[in-house]
Design a protein around this ligand. Sequence first.
Ligand code: NAD
Length: 472
Amino acid sequence: MRNIDHLYIDGAFVKPHGSERLPLVNPATEEVLGHVVLADKEDARRAIAAARNALPAFSRTTKAQRVAILERLHAAVIARAEPLRDATIQEYGGPVSRASWVSQYAAQAFLDAARTLQAYEFERRVGSATVVMEPVGVSVLITPWNSSAGSICSKLAMAIAAGCTTVIKPSEMSALQTQIVAEAFHEADVPAGVINIVNGRGDVVGTELSTNPDVARISFTGSTGTGKIIARQALDTMKRVSLALGGKSPTILLDDADFEKAVPAALNIAFQNNGQACIAGSRLLVPRGRLTQVVELAQAAVSSMKVGDPADPATTIGPMANRTQFDRVQGYIRRGLEQGATLVAGGPGRPRGFDRGYFVEPTVFANVGNDMAIAQEEIFGPVLCIVTYRDEDEAVAIANDSAFGLHAYVFSSDVLRAQAVARRLEVGRVAINGMRHDPLAPFGGYKQSGVGREFGPFGLESFLEAKTIMAA
Ligand code: NAD
């Protein structure tokens, strides 16, 4: 049993003022792994005060000092890659390959930020003026449970590169992963008050953080619904808010794609991170005349996927992260059936052989109308909707017929053709012929998938204010 009963404030692990205990549940077994004691508003205020006190000195540190801090943070997190992987498996149900990648990704964020910082000019001439880029101030970083350490580290890395002090509010359901990164940050010898971490509920701690006048900036990753609440709460004090939100990303198979390769790849894109990925390609758009072929290939791909113990290297899909998620995914599978979509793989209930754990069947629906709830709403589980299109123009129109605009995928044997389609899509990022990531390129959503961009110079500037100075 693990008991997480400390917050990290002003360079020390301290007892929370809050007293609520939340059980931490292993989603593969439904066993209670331990408890986390949650912070309350008073704890949040303490953390903000520590960040505020640390700001004057930290905002004046040099590039070289901050690069050194980022390098120490990288070393401290990479040294904990194994425990972080194990916690991700145990607490979240992330399959071992994904959980191993996440630990590396979390640590790497600090080196990517150091590279960005080194290349960035904080002062430039614009017309007759000198423009100075200054740290925005105390920054609150609010993160989700589906990518806990990665979100914490990538946001923190950019805030530190910019010279901002921080209060991190991770998901209350990720306390084991949070504890490991907190220990790493403590070991990295960062000045006290630059990093503060409060486990707590969104409607308690999150509300204090998004309304407190001493907070200048909020970097949020989570659902679109919560993002809207935070944006409203932050308005009165005009906080700088960036929101990385949900998605319903299309994968477009153009008629000249290699379907034998593209369909299994599209399934992996849809079901990555157990389907609980903001960038999951959860709508598969295929030429109308090729539906039968796509369905057969999709069925073969699903039958080769192994659902099960996330610690088993052969597992491709682990359990949903919690009971609420399990119920949510089951609800959408039932709605798909009610609305007349054709089930071609998976379906309701646990997979055969499972009588506990939040496991769901990887599920594929064909004959999905793009106006159905399963095609419009973020399910956040391994459920793929196949929608057919008549021609390229209709494929683009269907792809763009969404409240979301986070990501898209295009498959074609003609990269120039795929790029032309990519330019017509209302999304923040398009990957051609597979999953791609560039840690320095901007990441964020169009429409209700968010506001602002993370990573690289775009991400760094989101933690900076521009000051214009003009002399007579
Ligand atoms: P969520 O919105 O429920 O919670 C995210 C965080 O917000 C948690 O720390 C939560 O405690 C906090 N929160 C909740 N209510 C709050 C409030 N009123 N004020 C302040 N904070 C509050 O999201 P989740 O279920 O943890 O994560 C899944 C969602 O995150 C999905 O929609 C997914 O698409 C999205 N996501 C987006 C990205 C991206 O980069 N666009 C990345 C990962 C996840």
